[in-house]
Design a protein around this ligand. Structure first.
Ligand code: PBG
Length: 327
């Protein structure tokens, strides 16, 4: 093989030490946001069928869970609520004694430094399971905006550090920003689910939150998975309306979109590693078909490599344990 001219890439992969010298992307515990499902009632810790290791937790058991999150050094949680009762207009979302408001108050009282993000949506609180108000069988946009602004304000009043609207009505960021500002919460940031696709990967979440639509689907408000340019339009309008963070959701099948949004916008980008992504890995891992630790760390590192600054993930606690093992 004389005179063969080629490049020796393997020189830089020769040992652990060499590989870590040239590593480009890091996953840190500071990058992680841990989702929690809080439920009305007492002494409840229900494991979600399709999400082993994820629980609906009542408030009396919540502090133990929060304690473990804080001990691991995870800086932030995002709260989803399961109310005792649902109605057509989702009152439980914006009532000051709603489950998310109560959980927020309780957490901030004992753990003032933990960042509490409140998911702002109606679907967990409406009996029809849609994210907006229904008139004549249609999910109507503008009447929903006021309810979302009310929800955000009551969450901020309860002590939420960040408002995360996920409902995909047009103008939701503008309405929430105005509502927060008028109520004296101009300092509270909005983490917008700006680029949210109508995805089959949310299936297990709807088991966890009891929020499956009772008729139809979410395709008139969530995005078509086939679209890329539409993601720019969504992110652009949310930034103009006052979003401080941009979420791309789901994550794994949308790494190209994370990269695109990262390259075009300078706001912090958040990848949502959604319930279906979690469930698929868990199911395979429970069968010993894949190495859970390696597959999770690889997936989450890929989201960061694609350009995410932060990752919302049900794996957050495991990830910190695994990262600590590596030390
Ligand atoms: C509420 C909401 C959903 C998720 C986050 N917020 C469900 C949906 O839009 O149907 C999904 C999260 C996940 O799948 O992990 N609108």
């Amino acid at each position: 093989m004389k005179d063969l001219n080629f490049k020796r890439h393997r020189r830089l992969r020769s040992s652990d030490a060499m590989r870590s010298m040239i590593r480009e992307t890091f996953l840190r515990k500071e990058d992680l946001i841990y989702p929690l499902f809080v439920i009305e009632g007492e002494n409840i810790k229900n494991e979600v069928n399709s999400m082993p290791g994820v629980y609906q937790i009542s408030l009396d058991l919540l502090n133990d869970e929060i304690q473990s999150v804080v001990e691991l050094g995870i800086p932030s949680v995002i709260l989803f609520g399961i109310p005792a009762e649902k109605d057509a207009v989702g009152k439980g979302a914006y009532c000051d004694h709603g489950i998310v408001q109560k959980a927020t108050r309780q957490i901030k009282e004992s753990y003032p430094d933990l960042i509490v993000i409140a998911d702002t949506c109606l679907c967990e609180f409406t009996d029809h399971g849609h994210c907006g108000v229904i008139e004549n069988g249609q999910i109507v946009n503008d009447p929903t905006l006021k309810l979302l602004a009310d929800t955000a304000v009551s969450q901020a009043k309860a002590g939420a550090d960040i408002i995360a609207p996920s409902n995909m009505m047009d103008g939701f960021v503008a309405a929430i920003r105005k509502g927060l500002d008028e109520a004296g919460f101009e300092h509270i940031p909005i983490m917008s689910y700006a680029v949210k696709y109508a995805s089959a990967f949310y299936g297990p979440f709807r088991d966890a939150a009891g929020s499956a639509p009772q008729f139809g689907d979410r395709k008139t408000y969530q995005m078509d998975p086939a679209n890329r340019l539409e993601a720019f339009r969504e992110a652009q309008s949310d930034i103009e309306e006052g979003a401080d963070f941009l979420i791309v959701k789901p994550a794994l099948s949308y790494l190209d979109i994370i990269r695109d949004v990262r390259d075009r916008f300078n706001a912090p980008i958040v990848a949502y590693n959604v319930s279906g992504e979690y469930a698929m890995i868990k199911a395979a891992a429970l069968n010993d078909w894949v190495d859970e630790k390696r597959i999770v760390l690889e997936s989450l590192t890929s989201m960061k490599r694609a350009g995410a600054d932060l990752i919302i993930t049900y794996f957050a606690k495991d990830v910190v344990k695994w990262l600590n093992e590596g030390k």
